[in-house]
Design a binder for this molecule. Structure first.
Ligand code: FES
Length: 352
Protein backbone atom coordinates (compact mmCIF):
# COMPACT_ATOMS: atom_id res chain seq x y z
CA UNK A 1 0.00 0.00 0.00
CA UNK A 2 2.86 2.41 0.83
CA UNK A 3 4.99 1.97 -2.30
CA UNK A 4 7.65 4.64 -2.58
CA UNK A 5 8.28 4.18 -6.28
CA UNK A 6 5.59 4.12 -8.91
CA UNK A 7 5.66 1.58 -11.75
CA UNK A 8 7.30 4.22 -13.97
CA UNK A 9 10.16 4.59 -11.48
CA UNK A 10 9.17 8.03 -10.14
CA UNK A 11 8.66 8.64 -6.43
CA UNK A 12 5.09 9.21 -5.26
CA UNK A 13 4.41 12.89 -4.48
CA UNK A 14 3.30 12.13 -0.94
CA UNK A 15 6.70 10.63 -0.12
CA UNK A 16 8.45 13.71 -1.49
CA UNK A 17 6.25 15.87 0.72
CA UNK A 18 6.62 13.65 3.78
CA UNK A 19 9.49 15.61 5.47
CA UNK A 20 7.60 18.89 4.98
CA UNK A 21 4.36 17.31 6.18
CA UNK A 22 5.93 15.96 9.36
CA UNK A 23 7.80 19.22 10.03
CA UNK A 24 4.68 21.37 9.69
CA UNK A 25 2.52 18.94 11.64
CA UNK A 26 4.93 18.57 14.55
CA UNK A 27 5.69 22.32 14.59
CA UNK A 28 2.02 23.32 14.75
CA UNK A 29 1.31 20.66 17.36
CA UNK A 30 4.22 21.88 19.48
CA UNK A 31 3.26 25.56 19.03
CA UNK A 32 -0.31 24.88 20.15
CA UNK A 33 0.70 22.79 23.17
CA UNK A 34 3.31 25.38 24.18
CA UNK A 35 0.66 28.11 24.22
CA UNK A 36 -1.77 25.95 26.19
CA UNK A 37 0.93 25.07 28.74
CA UNK A 38 1.90 28.70 29.30
CA UNK A 39 -0.52 30.52 31.66
CA UNK A 40 1.22 33.83 30.83
CA UNK A 41 -0.09 33.51 27.26
CA UNK A 42 -3.64 33.88 28.56
CA UNK A 43 -2.87 36.43 31.33
CA UNK A 44 -3.58 39.84 29.86
CA UNK A 45 -1.17 41.61 32.24
CA UNK A 46 1.79 39.60 30.90
CA UNK A 47 3.86 41.08 28.06
CA UNK A 48 4.02 37.55 26.61
CA UNK A 49 0.23 37.28 26.49
CA UNK A 50 -1.96 37.08 23.42
CA UNK A 51 -3.51 40.33 24.68
CA UNK A 52 -0.14 42.11 24.56
CA UNK A 53 0.55 40.74 21.09
CA UNK A 54 -2.86 41.81 19.81
CA UNK A 55 -2.46 45.23 21.44
CA UNK A 56 0.90 45.64 19.73
CA UNK A 57 -0.49 44.52 16.39
CA UNK A 58 -3.57 46.72 16.76
CA UNK A 59 -1.34 49.78 16.44
CA UNK A 60 0.21 48.92 13.11
CA UNK A 61 -1.47 45.91 11.50
CA UNK A 62 -3.42 46.40 8.27
CA UNK A 63 -6.35 44.74 10.08
CA UNK A 64 -6.01 46.93 13.17
CA UNK A 65 -9.72 47.74 13.23
CA UNK A 66 -10.62 44.06 13.63
CA UNK A 67 -7.87 43.52 16.21
CA UNK A 68 -9.13 46.39 18.35
CA UNK A 69 -12.44 44.56 18.65
CA UNK A 70 -10.74 41.26 19.48
CA UNK A 71 -8.75 42.80 22.36
CA UNK A 72 -11.73 42.39 24.69
CA UNK A 73 -11.79 38.62 24.08
CA UNK A 74 -8.04 38.11 23.70
CA UNK A 75 -7.82 34.95 25.91
CA UNK A 76 -10.60 33.30 23.87
CA UNK A 77 -8.79 34.24 20.65
CA UNK A 78 -5.61 32.73 22.08
CA UNK A 79 -7.45 29.53 22.97
CA UNK A 80 -8.89 29.22 19.45
CA UNK A 81 -5.43 29.74 17.96
CA UNK A 82 -3.80 27.20 20.30
CA UNK A 83 -6.47 24.51 19.80
CA UNK A 84 -6.46 25.21 16.06
CA UNK A 85 -2.71 24.66 15.91
CA UNK A 86 -3.03 21.40 17.87
CA UNK A 87 -5.85 20.16 15.61
CA UNK A 88 -3.98 21.07 12.43
CA UNK A 89 -0.79 19.47 13.76
CA UNK A 90 -2.46 16.16 14.66
CA UNK A 91 -4.43 16.01 11.41
CA UNK A 92 -1.35 16.63 9.29
CA UNK A 93 0.84 14.17 11.17
CA UNK A 94 -1.83 11.48 10.84
CA UNK A 95 -2.67 12.52 7.30
CA UNK A 96 -6.38 12.88 8.02
CA UNK A 97 -8.19 15.46 5.87
CA UNK A 98 -4.70 16.60 4.92
CA UNK A 99 -5.80 19.17 2.35
CA UNK A 100 -8.35 20.72 4.70
CA UNK A 101 -5.79 20.86 7.51
CA UNK A 102 -3.19 22.42 5.18
CA UNK A 103 -5.66 25.10 4.05
CA UNK A 104 -6.47 25.81 7.72
CA UNK A 105 -2.71 26.07 8.35
CA UNK A 106 -2.41 28.56 5.49
CA UNK A 107 -5.29 30.62 6.89
CA UNK A 108 -3.79 30.65 10.38
CA UNK A 109 -0.32 31.51 9.09
CA UNK A 110 -1.73 34.32 6.96
CA UNK A 111 -3.67 35.67 9.94
CA UNK A 112 -0.51 35.65 12.07
CA UNK A 113 1.38 37.32 9.23
CA UNK A 114 -1.16 40.15 9.10
CA UNK A 115 -1.05 40.63 12.86
CA UNK A 116 2.24 39.56 14.41
CA UNK A 117 4.83 39.72 11.66
CA UNK A 118 3.48 42.14 9.04
CA UNK A 119 6.22 44.67 9.77
CA UNK A 120 9.07 42.17 10.06
CA UNK A 121 12.02 43.61 8.22
CA UNK A 122 13.38 42.17 5.99
CA UNK A 123 10.05 40.43 5.36
CA UNK A 124 11.58 36.93 5.31
CA UNK A 125 12.65 37.21 8.95
CA UNK A 126 8.99 36.86 9.92
CA UNK A 127 8.26 33.13 9.92
CA UNK A 128 4.51 33.34 9.27
CA UNK A 129 4.82 34.29 5.59
CA UNK A 130 7.23 31.37 5.13
CA UNK A 131 4.79 28.97 6.83
CA UNK A 132 1.99 30.27 4.61
CA UNK A 133 3.82 29.24 1.46
CA UNK A 134 5.19 26.03 3.02
CA UNK A 135 1.60 24.82 3.40
CA UNK A 136 0.74 25.24 -0.29
CA UNK A 137 2.17 21.90 -1.59
CA UNK A 138 0.13 19.99 1.00
CA UNK A 139 -2.97 22.05 0.23
CA UNK A 140 -2.58 21.14 -3.44
CA UNK A 141 -1.52 17.49 -3.15
CA UNK A 142 -2.75 16.31 0.25
CA UNK A 143 -1.18 13.07 1.48
CA UNK A 144 -0.71 12.02 -2.18
CA UNK A 145 -0.07 8.31 -1.65
CA UNK A 146 2.22 8.53 1.37
CA UNK A 147 1.41 6.72 4.64
CA UNK A 148 -1.66 8.58 5.91
CA UNK A 149 -5.19 7.88 7.06
CA UNK A 150 -6.42 9.63 3.90
CA UNK A 151 -4.49 7.15 1.74
CA UNK A 152 -5.67 4.16 3.76
CA UNK A 153 -9.30 5.26 3.55
CA UNK A 154 -9.00 5.92 -0.17
CA UNK A 155 -7.46 2.49 -0.80
CA UNK A 156 -10.21 0.81 1.25
CA UNK A 157 -12.73 2.70 -0.80
CA UNK A 158 -11.15 1.49 -4.04
CA UNK A 159 -11.00 -2.11 -2.83
CA UNK A 160 -14.64 -2.06 -1.78
CA UNK A 161 -15.63 -0.40 -5.05
CA UNK A 162 -14.01 -3.22 -6.98
CA UNK A 163 -16.08 -5.63 -4.85
CA UNK A 164 -19.22 -3.78 -5.86
CA UNK A 165 -20.28 -2.72 -2.35
CA UNK A 166 -21.91 0.56 -1.46
CA UNK A 167 -18.77 2.18 -0.13
CA UNK A 168 -19.37 5.91 -0.13
CA UNK A 169 -21.41 5.89 3.00
CA UNK A 170 -18.95 3.63 4.75
CA UNK A 171 -16.05 5.87 3.85
CA UNK A 172 -17.87 8.96 5.05
CA UNK A 173 -18.65 7.23 8.33
CA UNK A 174 -15.02 6.11 8.75
CA UNK A 175 -13.72 9.61 8.06
CA UNK A 176 -16.31 11.17 10.33
CA UNK A 177 -15.46 8.78 13.17
CA UNK A 178 -11.73 9.40 12.81
CA UNK A 179 -12.27 13.17 12.69
CA UNK A 180 -14.39 12.92 15.83
CA UNK A 181 -11.66 10.95 17.58
CA UNK A 182 -9.04 13.56 16.60
CA UNK A 183 -11.31 16.40 17.76
CA UNK A 184 -11.84 14.67 21.10
CA UNK A 185 -8.08 14.12 21.42
CA UNK A 186 -7.50 17.83 20.75
CA UNK A 187 -9.96 18.94 23.43
CA UNK A 188 -8.86 16.39 26.06
CA UNK A 189 -5.14 16.75 25.28
CA UNK A 190 -5.40 20.55 25.20
CA UNK A 191 -7.24 20.62 28.51
CA UNK A 192 -4.71 18.33 30.17
CA UNK A 193 -1.79 20.39 28.81
CA UNK A 194 -3.31 23.62 30.10
CA UNK A 195 -3.95 22.00 33.48
CA UNK A 196 -0.40 20.71 33.63
CA UNK A 197 0.90 24.18 32.70
CA UNK A 198 -0.96 25.74 35.59
CA UNK A 199 0.14 23.06 38.05
CA UNK A 200 3.83 23.43 37.26
CA UNK A 201 3.65 27.20 36.88
CA UNK A 202 3.68 27.44 33.11
CA UNK A 203 6.32 27.27 30.45
CA UNK A 204 9.42 29.19 31.42
CA UNK A 205 10.31 31.29 28.45
CA UNK A 206 13.15 33.72 28.21
CA UNK A 207 10.62 36.42 27.60
CA UNK A 208 7.50 35.30 29.39
CA UNK A 209 7.45 38.42 31.44
CA UNK A 210 8.29 36.79 34.74
CA UNK A 211 8.96 39.51 37.25
CA UNK A 212 7.19 42.21 35.28
CA UNK A 213 4.46 43.99 37.17
CA UNK A 214 2.12 46.75 36.17
CA UNK A 215 2.66 50.22 37.51
CA UNK A 216 -0.45 50.88 39.55
CA UNK A 217 -1.40 54.44 38.66
CA UNK A 218 -1.94 57.12 41.25
CA UNK A 219 0.50 57.47 44.13
CA UNK A 220 -0.48 60.91 45.19
CA UNK A 221 -2.64 62.73 42.74
CA UNK A 222 -4.36 61.40 39.66
CA UNK A 223 -2.51 59.94 36.70
CA UNK A 224 -1.79 62.72 34.27
CA UNK A 225 -0.80 65.24 36.95
CA UNK A 226 2.25 67.19 35.88
CA UNK A 227 4.92 68.87 37.94
CA UNK A 228 5.48 66.77 41.05
CA UNK A 229 6.37 68.76 44.15
CA UNK A 230 10.02 67.74 44.30
CA UNK A 231 12.28 65.27 42.55
CA UNK A 232 14.74 62.92 44.15
CA UNK A 233 16.21 61.26 41.06
CA UNK A 234 15.55 61.06 37.39
CA UNK A 235 16.73 58.82 34.63
CA UNK A 236 16.25 58.05 30.97
CA UNK A 237 16.92 54.97 28.87
CA UNK A 238 20.66 54.49 28.59
CA UNK A 239 21.65 56.20 31.84
CA UNK A 240 20.46 57.98 34.88
CA UNK A 241 21.00 61.42 36.32
CA UNK A 242 20.20 62.87 39.66
CA UNK A 243 18.22 66.06 39.79
CA UNK A 244 18.74 68.52 42.58
CA UNK A 245 16.36 67.99 45.49
CA UNK A 246 13.50 70.39 45.35
CA UNK A 247 13.42 70.72 41.57
CA UNK A 248 10.13 70.10 39.80
CA UNK A 249 10.53 68.34 36.47
CA UNK A 250 7.51 68.50 34.23
CA UNK A 251 6.00 65.17 33.29
CA UNK A 252 3.05 62.84 33.46
CA UNK A 253 2.67 60.57 36.44
CA UNK A 254 2.48 56.89 35.54
CA UNK A 255 2.50 55.22 38.96
CA UNK A 256 4.42 54.65 42.18
CA UNK A 257 8.11 53.78 42.00
CA UNK A 258 7.48 51.19 44.71
CA UNK A 259 5.71 49.06 42.09
CA UNK A 260 9.07 48.48 40.39
CA UNK A 261 11.06 45.89 42.36
CA UNK A 262 14.80 46.42 42.69
CA UNK A 263 16.33 44.14 40.04
CA UNK A 264 12.96 43.87 38.33
CA UNK A 265 10.62 45.77 36.07
CA UNK A 266 7.11 47.06 35.62
CA UNK A 267 4.97 47.90 32.65
CA UNK A 268 3.10 51.13 32.04
CA UNK A 269 1.43 52.99 29.22
CA UNK A 270 3.46 55.80 27.68
CA UNK A 271 1.12 58.79 27.99
CA UNK A 272 2.54 60.53 24.94
CA UNK A 273 2.24 57.62 22.47
CA UNK A 274 -0.15 55.14 24.08
CA UNK A 275 2.48 52.44 23.58
CA UNK A 276 3.29 49.93 26.32
CA UNK A 277 6.36 51.01 28.29
CA UNK A 278 8.86 49.10 30.37
CA UNK A 279 10.63 50.58 33.39
CA UNK A 280 13.53 48.70 35.00
CA UNK A 281 15.10 49.36 38.39
CA UNK A 282 18.52 47.71 38.01
CA UNK A 283 19.86 49.17 41.27
CA UNK A 284 17.91 50.84 44.05
CA UNK A 285 16.77 54.24 42.78
CA UNK A 286 18.18 53.71 39.28
CA UNK A 287 15.31 53.67 36.80
CA UNK A 288 15.54 53.26 33.03
CA UNK A 289 12.51 53.13 30.78
CA UNK A 290 11.83 52.16 27.18
CA UNK A 291 9.00 51.96 24.70
CA UNK A 292 8.23 48.22 24.96
CA UNK A 293 7.25 47.82 21.31
CA UNK A 294 9.81 45.60 19.58
CA UNK A 295 11.20 47.42 16.53
CA UNK A 296 11.23 44.16 14.55
CA UNK A 297 7.53 43.44 14.20
CA UNK A 298 5.76 45.16 17.06
CA UNK A 299 5.51 42.53 19.80
CA UNK A 300 5.77 43.67 23.41
CA UNK A 301 9.19 43.04 24.94
CA UNK A 302 9.84 42.02 28.55
CA UNK A 303 12.70 42.27 31.02
CA UNK A 304 14.42 39.00 31.92
CA UNK A 305 15.92 39.56 35.40
CA UNK A 306 17.99 36.36 35.43
CA UNK A 307 19.88 37.41 32.30
CA UNK A 308 19.57 41.18 32.86
CA UNK A 309 18.41 41.68 29.29
CA UNK A 310 15.21 42.69 27.57
CA UNK A 311 13.80 39.98 25.28
CA UNK A 312 11.09 39.76 22.67
CA UNK A 313 8.82 36.70 22.91
CA UNK A 314 7.99 36.62 19.19
CA UNK A 315 11.25 36.08 17.31
CA UNK A 316 13.86 36.20 20.05
CA UNK A 317 15.46 39.64 19.68
CA UNK A 318 17.31 40.73 22.80
CA UNK A 319 18.22 44.22 23.97
CA UNK A 320 20.64 45.76 26.47
CA UNK A 321 18.67 46.52 29.64
CA UNK A 322 20.63 49.71 30.30
CA UNK A 323 20.64 51.26 26.83
CA UNK A 324 17.98 49.42 24.84
CA UNK A 325 20.55 48.67 22.12
CA UNK A 326 20.11 45.46 20.11
CA UNK A 327 22.12 42.51 21.41
CA UNK A 328 20.65 39.93 19.02
CA UNK A 329 18.32 40.34 16.04
CA UNK A 330 16.27 40.00 14.00
CA UNK A 331 15.46 43.50 15.30
CA UNK A 332 17.71 45.91 13.43
CA UNK A 333 17.33 48.87 15.77
CA UNK A 334 17.15 49.33 19.53
CA UNK A 335 14.28 50.20 21.82
CA UNK A 336 13.20 53.83 22.08
CA UNK A 337 14.24 55.27 25.45
CA UNK A 338 11.68 57.09 27.57
CA UNK A 339 12.78 59.79 30.00
CA UNK A 340 11.48 59.06 33.44
CA UNK A 341 11.85 60.88 36.76
CA UNK A 342 10.98 59.96 40.28
CA UNK A 343 9.25 62.63 42.32
CA UNK A 344 9.85 63.15 46.02
CA UNK A 345 6.30 61.91 46.51
CA UNK A 346 7.51 58.49 45.36
CA UNK A 347 5.78 58.50 41.98
CA UNK A 348 7.36 58.05 38.56
CA UNK A 349 6.83 60.69 35.88
CA UNK A 350 7.33 60.34 32.14
CA UNK A 351 9.06 63.45 30.81
CA UNK A 352 9.03 64.85 27.29
FE1 FES B 1 10.19 39.90 16.04
FE2 FES B 1 10.39 41.17 18.32
S1 FES B 1 8.73 41.18 16.99
S2 FES B 1 11.81 39.88 17.45
Amino acid sequence: MWTVQRSDGTVATGWVLMPLRLFLGVTFLFAGLQKLANPAFFRSSSPASIHAQLAGAARSSPVHGLLSHLLGIAPAVGLVIALGEVAIGIAVVLGLLTRVAAIAGMALSFGLFLTVSFHASPYFTGSDIVFFFAWTPLALAGAAGAPALDTWLARSHEADAVGGHGVSRREVLSKGALTGIVAAAVVVGGGLTALLGRVVGGTTSSANGAGTRSLAGGGSGPTGTTSPPTTAASSGGGGSTTSPAGSTPAGTEVGPASSVPVGGSASFTDPSTGDPGLVIQGKAGDFVAFDAVCPHAGCTVAYVPSAKIIACPCHGSTFDAATGNVLNGPAATGLIPIKMAKGSNGDLYVQK
